[in-house]
Design a protein around this ligand. Structure first.
Ligand code: XIL
Length: 550
């Protein structure tokens, strides 16, 4: 429920300060949360009269003047205030003892629910990507989204900032600092402020899910054109309201995170026996069974996502002894690791789930935003032919019929298009690529004709099929945004259907998530179902497009 800022701001501020300073249990990345702040309606009514003229909004500043920081530890890290001559004020927040990359510093942020916040911080650490992220849960599902990254140096502070709109029905909201290494992190400043007017949102009531059983089915409506897919997680599949909707609407799934290298590579087992695992790192697969069983039991296919990527791939993989303080591995060693990884994943999936995986994103996001190839650790260790080599290995080990894809975002943009085509041409000439995956994390600003031209061009020039692999369409948040977004979905689908009809082999379209607040881009409200699973105009637009043109 919405309440005006003047009405409850001081109450919010008090409650906020109390909870910010309260000791909090470490988070294990989702399941071990401290209870959320509960400001009941009655409590608000009781003090609201006295508060009428108050207009303060909640804010957090790590001012470093006291003995104890405002932050509380996340996971096994500890947080303290230390002297640091490199910091502008001579003091810094020190986050140490980190055992996992998500260990860091938490700022309890429930009072920011429903508001857009601007988060700022200035950090130093090893040469690492320090991330400020937000965690919250919606209907028992926990979401983790990045607010902004900062590429840090060990001996110099680097500032960064980002804005994020927290869903109005989010609970257990935590804004936190983490990084992709285990080194200590220093912050010389950190703050969270509301952008514009503050509105207080009470803790969300338990959502009553819509009855989705009579919705027209995307997979059935589009059956003459292409498969309809959805990105899923084991969490989503464990809740009947979600899983029955997924079954009714889709005939393909992609694991949103579980088939990525960071989920499959096993460092603990690898370093226990370096002689055995130096060239072929140990792999773990059991966590994949929930999603793969679900697909198999419901007659769906799976897009394997993804084998060779710069992100969500642990850095230790690229070091000789699997130790980031040591030397980088050389080309030969990395080629052997790449081959063994691809072989291991292909073999496990085809032995345990024969015929289930229809396509693999062999290489993801190799093009740099600024042009050319991304200077990833794959590129740095193997060299610019790493994409070709990855596809060669994939072809060697993929079972017959499994399609090999390249996948990227903003691949409709002119510059990326040229870059992608130039490094994929030799792969196509060698006969090692079958498809181009257009991720399609887009917004209503994108030119649909530019997108359609790019899609067609990949097919024409590489001779491959096309899949739309991660569709979400951010809304512009102005009045009537759901309708405008719906209209854009309609134009987008009309164009995709027309391309398909004209002979471009578009073979599937996957939506990247189930409902807006559970999207990795929750603040853009980019999906086709609302949080209670009612249909947005975007869903109806997808159905109407195929009924009228399909
Ligand atoms: C995203 C997931 O949705 C998030 O849950 C995760 O935290 C980060 O990755 N391109 C891709 C996907 O290929 O794997 C990414 O998925 C979104 C961008």
């Amino acid at each position: 429920m919405k309440r005006s800022a003047a009405y409850i701001a001081v109450l919010s501020l008090c409650a906020f300060l109390l909870t910010s300073c309260a000791a909090q249990k470490p988070s294990d990345g989702g399941s071990d949360q401290a209870p959320a702040v509960t400001v009941t309606t009655a409590a608000v009514e009781e003090v609201s009269e006295k508060m009428e003229n108050a207009i303060e909004k909640p804010s957090v500043t790590e001012d470093l003047s006291g003995e104890k920081p405002v932050a509380v530890k996340r996971g096994s890290a500890s947080v303290s205030i230390c002297d640091d001559e490199l910091a502008s004020g001579g003091k810094a927040l020190l986050i140490s003892g980190r055992k996992e990359s998500w260990n860091g510093a938490d700022y309890k942020s429930d009072l920011f629910r429903g508001n857009e916040v601007e988060v700022k911080g200035s950090f130093r650490s090893a040469n690492a990507s320090v991330r400020v992220s937000v965690q919250f849960s919606v209907q028992g599902q926990t979401a983790y989204n990045m607010v902004f990254p900062v590429n840090t140096k060990p001996d110099k502070y680097t500032a960064g900032s980002g804005k994020y709109t927290i869903p109005a029905n989010a609970e257990n909201i935590i804004i936190y600092i983490e990084s992709d290494t285990l080194e200590d992190i220093y912050a010389e400043s950190f703050s969270i402020n509301v952008c514009g007017e503050y509105t207080y949102y009470e803790r969300a009531a338990e959502t009553v899910f819509a009855d989705t059983s009579d919705y027209p089915s995307l997979k059935d409506e589009y059956s003459g054109l292409f498969r309809m897919g959805m990105a899923v997680s084991p969490n989503i599949l464990s809740k009947p309201e979600y899983s029955s909707l997924v079954k009714a609407q889709f005939n393909s799934i992609t694991a949103e995170n579980d088939m990525k290298p960071e989920a499959i590579l096993d460092r603990t087992a690898s370093v226990l026996d370096m002689d055995k695992y130096r060239e072929a790192p140990a792999l773990k697969f059991d966590h994949l069974r929930t999603e793969l069983d679900f697909a198999r039991d419901n007659g769906m296919t799976v897009r394997g996502h993804t084998l060779v990527w710069h992100s969500q791939t642990p850095e230790w993989l690229f070091y000789k002894e699997y130790d980031k303080n040591g030397e980088l591995a050389d080309r030969e060693l990395m080629l052997r690791r790449m081959e063994s990884y691809i072989k291991g994943v292909m073999e496990w999936t085809s032995e345990n789930y024969p015929g289930l995986i229809s396509a693999w994103d062999v290489v993801n996001e190799a093009a740099a935003d600024e042009g050319g190839m991304r200077q990833s650790l794959w590129y740095k260790t193997i060299g610019e032919d790493y994409v070709e080599r990855a596809f060669e290995f994939a072809r060697k080990y993929a079972p017959e019929g499994v399609k090999l894809f390249y996948n990227d975002y903003n691949s409709y943009q002119k510059r990326k298009q040229e870059d992608i085509l130039s490094f994929l041409k030799p792969v196509a000439e060698a006969g090692n690529i079958d498809g181009m995956g257009m991720q399609s994390h887009i917004g209503t600003y994108m030119s649909i004709s530019e997108y359609a031209n790019a899609l067609k061009r990949y097919h024409d020039e590489l001779g491959v099929e096309i899949q739309i692999t991660e569709l979400d369409i951010g809304a512009d948040k102005s009045d009537g945004w759901e309708e405008k977004q719906g209209k854009y979905f309609r134009d987008f689908m009309d164009s995709v259907i027309e391309l398909r009809r004209s002979g471009v082999p578009i073979t599937s379209l996957t939506l990247w998530g189930i409902s807006d607040s559970l999207s990795w881009k929750a603040s853009d409200r980019p999906l086709v179902f609302r949080d209670d699973l009612t249909r947005k105009p975007a869903f109806d637009a997808m159905i109407e497009a195929v009924r009228e043109n399909g």
